[in-house]
Design a protein around this ligand. Structure first.
Ligand code: SF4
Ligand code: SF4
Length: 183
């Protein structure tokens, strides 16, 4: 008799616990019903990169003095600066310049230290390709002006996550309980 009562007691406790967990699950669902979606319909919609976004590097050939500072400050000595010394003008003459974005880590050092500001970070992030060797950009590819997401009329620009309504990035108030439940 005693064991049956004890069994019923344990069963009741487990049922209450299960109901509590189901309730927590519903609370998470309800919490999300108040939020705006933070996914976007890429490539028809694109998020606007932040002000200091480090995307594809833009290079201005005419401003480069072939000093090779960008090579020395690069953690992997990546930029390839090909130049010749012109005796008539007693100056280095830049022949070609390239950066391989298949290897670049977009740290921005080259941009930061270039003495003539001929390098700059753009907001371009769509660099995917089937052949990684195509990511080795010469001065012509590097000199192409970036396409701004805001100015592209073919897509819808979505402002960054930081501009979403307040509270959208905050965690659930009961997330700790849910984590405990999962573990
Ligand atoms: S640091 Fe600037 S100026 Fe010097 S080689 Fe590199 S890109 Fe050219
Ligand atoms: S961004 Fe960094 S890794 Fe890429 S070329 Fe410049 S210094 Fe090198």
């Amino acid at each position: 008799m005693f064991s049956m009562v004890r069994g019923l007691q344990i069963y009741g406790q487990q049922a209450i616990q299960a109901a509590k967990y189901i309730g927590q699950g519903f609370m998470v669902t309800l919490d999300h019903m108040n939020r705006l979606p933070i996914t976007i319909q890429y490539p028809y919609e694109k998020s606007v990169p932040s002000e200091r976004f480090r995307g594809r590097i833009h290079f201005e050939f005419d401003k480069c003095i072939a000093c090779e500072v960008c090579v020395r400050v690069c953690p992997i000595n990546l930029p390839v600066v090909d130049w010749e010394f012109e005796r008539n003008i007693r100056k280095k003459q830049l022949k070609s310049y390239s950066i391989d974005f298949g290897v670049c880590i977009f740290c921005g050092n080259c941009v930061e230290y270039c003495p003539t500001n001929c390098l700059s970070m753009t907001e371009e992030y769509e660099l995917s390709t089937y052949d990684r060797h195509e990511l080795n950009h010469d001065q012509i590819a590097l000199g192409r002006l970036p396409i701004s997401v805001i100015e592209d009329s073919t897509i819808r620009a979505i402002s960054g996550l930081t501009q979403l309504p307040k509270g959208i990035l905050e965690g659930h108030s009961d997330s700790k309980n849910v984590t405990n439940f999962l573990h």
